[in-house]
Design a protein. Sequence first.
Length: 172
Amino acid sequence: MTNSTGTTNGKVRSALVIGGGIAGPVTAMALQRAGIEATVFEAYDGPADEVGGGMGLAPNGFQAFDAIGVGDAIRAVSTEMNGIVLQSWNGKRLAEFGTLPGIDPTRFVIRAELFRTLREAAGERGVTTVYGRRIVDASEDADGVTAHFENGSTATADVLIGADGLRSTVRG
């Protein structure tokens, strides 16, 4: 029996993850842990290993990374931040935050290092990333959902997940 999401007996077995940045590989690895085969589709022709600045990763973010088995790899490419100072545009100190007792510190990571580490971890686990596939539309039928890409190709799975950023085509 097939339900309205195209899954047999309500069991999701496959997923299309649109967006190969940070959220895409994380989502695919989490789905894989749940027994769902996920393929990541990225609009750009290759990985963005040299793109972006830095960011802070909070302890709850590391709980999520640990849940999919990549926390230690990300700790290896990040640095503890024992405090944060917020300043206005003219240098006036607005606030200062330290690390709370009993809570792991926030960590700083260069975005390109985070992305590379996640992409490599996903690849090591057998997650496929297909580059050069910009989604333009999606359709749903009894077989699941089909993503239609700018180059004319398509891909079908039980579910479609948008990890394609602020200007998400999937959200539309």
